[in-house]
Design a protein around this ligand. Structure first.
Ligand code: ADP
Ligand code: MG
Length: 694
């Protein structure tokens, strides 16, 4: 691979910048640094042609005058620009002094930008301006590429234009052809253009059609190799990792099922248990993701699966992301099991040394059947006699490394069931967890009433208070949640404190609990307990109560500053209510001025209770990198050109194709597949490991 250092216009300094800022080292890397947008430079537009929803365009003309408008934070610079016939406003919010020094009225400029409607007219915010030269006036070309750079790169004079100048000559040389990275049979089958042509047209497209064709090919390639890599890894694992065989269903499972189960399982729960039973009976190691909306009864499924492990002489562990949740699982499971004779223990950060000692001994002697806890579970000092099954609740809070520790707790890795109430859209699951089996509980236990959701402005607080009083007088309980984000923790806690005081003053006759992450564990537990047992009527909290907490009598969830929460977080919070027989409500409170995206989030919440629909919408609104549930663990790779929110269909085709190929040639040794094998190992050495997530 050719180092970019030697390219004209690069040199050692810029090469270092490229590598440090964008991970670009070779010519190949550079060619796969695709533009993020294009400006139509095929012609100059007239101002009267401007209409809604145009791409980046170029216009030619002069600035008539500058005006500074507003002051302080609201200061903006406005320029009236004319093409000789009509005018349009150019607007800057930053760099005003620089603009005024650099650009003068009466000189002919070429202006690039994206016109946007404002107050019934169009303007262009932060346009790019160049003095008109013979080259930019007459050298009209197709679409001009724009490349991502960083602040550091820009201060090293590596802006988009500079990158374009480095890439352009490369493409001339390319015309002789670059080695193809997809086999001919795939190019033919899907009518994809070859790599040389695609690279040419993605960087300097003649027109929109050529660009589109190039992008199709490059997207397919990207998605296809991800799938091929994941699927091959999963095959490899199947062959090389033996799993414990749970061959029988015996005393514990059967007795529990017949005599202890307080209700009939839903069909979905039964189906998932069958799926798990089949998996753990095969001798391969199970890696299963269990998706089920809040309240769908995942805990019970986990418990039944753990009982199968115990019936086969193994121990089981259940790991929860927070102490509150671990406590609650412990209580729930102890209650379910009653006097069945299964030994269950709880291990968290607050477990005392002495109790811990005892627990360790019982764990090693095999006396303890089920261990429930937080990440305290995976510490090296925690040794099992024979760990066979691990349940991880709310997987996204655990890092990949923590999970891999679990694997080392026995001679073979235990079977793993990962439970999540943040449903992951299909396309994302396929990419991230191509290697996992997925089970879905798509049915709520009978008798649940769908939660009604309302979006109120803060101004409605009076009538909200009346509503709250009515609910409490009817015997219900209420959650009020405040946002808490790291950066402004102090102010957030102040908000919570003020809110708490306001509630105390407004409802002096009711008792109020308060929970946030800064409380000592014992105090938190006490407060939770007070609320769970109905001693307090209102719970004021931060998102620490987001996950899993179960108080069936709570029927109202009020979310303050709902604009500051993401969709799946809102949905999670809403899931804290609607767990009993009573009608439940979720109230989203926001300010009056909302960004368009925020308004959409509120509308979706009001419209639907369906977690899958919500996570799809989340993916569309925020893009996959931002999706809750992936951002904590981080996508294990970065997509350069494909977009999971838009290219779901193509992803499915890519996956099916990869499957077919591996089916007929698992080791990719057939001559026509050699190119695939080479490409995969190249991607591996570039440290792209798509399989790590599971
Ligand atoms: P999840 O963890 O999926 O959000 P839980 O496991 O906490 O949901 O279950 C929510 C509530 O529903 C619990 O009180 C649980 O006991 C109850 N539950 C679970 N399965 C059933 C069922 N089949 N019928 C009735 N209630 C159920
Ligand atoms: Mg749960």
């Amino acid at each position: 691979m050719q180092d970019i250092k030697y390219l004209p216009g690069v040199g050692p300094k810029r090469a270092t910048l490229f590598a440090a800022e964008l991970g670009i080292r070779s010519v190949e890397d550079l060619l796969r640094h695709f533009p993020y947008k294009y400006v139509d430079r095929s012609r100059f537009y007239y101002l009267h042609e401007i209409h809604g929803n145009m791409p980046y365009i170029q216009v030619k003309g002069q600035i008539l005058r500058f005006d500074k408008i507003g002051e302080g934070k609201n200061l903006r610079l406005s320029a009236i620009f004319t093409d000789g016939k009509d005018t349009i406003e150019l607007v800057w919010f930053k760099g005003i002094k620089f603009i005024l020094e650099k650009y003068k009225p009466g000189i002919t400029y070429v202006v690039f930008g994206k016109p946007a409607p404002f107050n019934g007219k169009f303007n262009i915010v932060h346009p790019e301006i160049e003095a008109a030269t013979q080259q930019n006036i007459e050298g009209l070309s197709g679409l001009q590429p724009f490349y991502n750079t960083t602040e550091k790169m820009k201060s090293g004079f590596l802006n988009s234009r500079a990158i374009q100048k480095i890439i352009q000559p490369l493409l001339h040389n390319l015309k002789n052809g670059v080695p193809e990275t997809l086999p001919a049979f795939l190019l033919e089958r899907f009518a994809l253009s070859n790599l040389t042509e695609s690279l040419l047209n993605v960087h300097f497209p003649k027109d929109a059609h050529a660009l589109n064709k190039a992008r199709q090919r490059l997207k397919f390639e990207e998605l296809f190799y991800i799938q091929l890599s994941i699927l091959r890894q999963s095959k490899w694992r199947e062959q090389n990792f033996k799993g414990f065989i749970f061959g029988k269903i015996d005393h514990y499972f059967n007795t529990f099922y017949k005599e202890y189960l307080p209700f009939e399982l839903t069909e979905a729960q039964k189906r998932v248990i069958r799926e798990i039973r089949t998996d753990v009976g095969t001798g391969k190691q199970m890696n299963r993701l269990l998706q089920g909306d809040v309240g769908s009864g995942k805990t019970l499924v986990a418990l039944l699966a753990m009982l199968i492990a115990i019936d086969n002489g193994f121990q089981a562990a259940l790991m929860a992301p927070t102490e509150i949740l671990a406590n609650q699982h412990f209580e729930t499971i102890r209650n379910f099991l009653g006097d069945l004779g299964v030994n269950v223990a709880l291990l968290t950060g607050s477990t005392r040394t002495k109790a811990r000692q005892e627990l360790h001994e019982k764990l090693q002697s095999g006396e303890l059947h089920i261990l429930i806890g937080t990440h305290a579970l995976i510490e090296d000092t925690v040794q099992f006699a024979n760990l066979g099954f691990v349940v991880i609740d709310e997987q996204h809070r655990f890092g990949v490394e923590q999970r891999s520790k679990l694997w080392k707790k026995n001679a073979h890795p235990p079977h793993i069931l990962v439970m999540t109430a943040t449903p992951i859209p299909r396309t994302l699951a396929m990419t991230l967890y191509g290697d996992l089996s997925v089970s879905v509980i798509d049915e709520l236990p009978p008798g649940r009433k769908p939660i009604e959701t309302f979006h109120y402005y803060q101004s409605k607080r009076q009538s909200l208070n009346q509503f709250m009083a009515k609910q409490i007088n009817a015997g219900r309980q209420i959650y009020i949640v405040y946002p808490l984000i790291q950066e402004s923790e102090k102010m957030d806690l102040l908000d919570l404190e003020n809110g708490y005081n306001y509630i105390r003053e407004t409802f002096p006759m009711y008792k109020v609990s308060k929970v946030h992450g800064k409380l000592k564990a014992a105090e938190k537990d006490y407060q939770m307990q007070q609320f769970a047992t109905g001693q307090t009527q209102i719970m004021v909290a931060t998102t620490v109560i987001e996950v899993g907490v179960n108080v069936p009598n709570a029927s109202v969830m009020i979310i303050e500053n709902a604009e500051r929460f993401g969709l799946s977080q809102l949905h999670q919070l809403r899931g804290r209510v609607g767990r009993g027989a009573e009608q439940s409500y979720c109230i989203l409170l926001t300010g009056y001025k909302l960004a368009a995206d925020t308004r959409k989030r509120m509308d979706i919440m009001v419209r639907t209770n369906d977690g899958f629909e919500i996570s799809e919408a989340d993916l569309q609104l925020r893009g996959p990198g931002d999706l809750e549930g992936t951002q904590q663990s981080g996508l294990p790779f970065e997509l350069k050109i494909a977009n999971l929110a838009q290219d779901g269909k193509m992803l499915e085709i890519a996956r099916r194709t990869a499957m077919e190929i591996l089916e007929s040639d698992p080791t990719l040794d057939k001559p026509e597949n050699r190119i695939l094998k080479n490409q995969l190992s190249k991607l591996k050495t570039n440290n792209i490991n798509w399989g790590i997530i599971s």
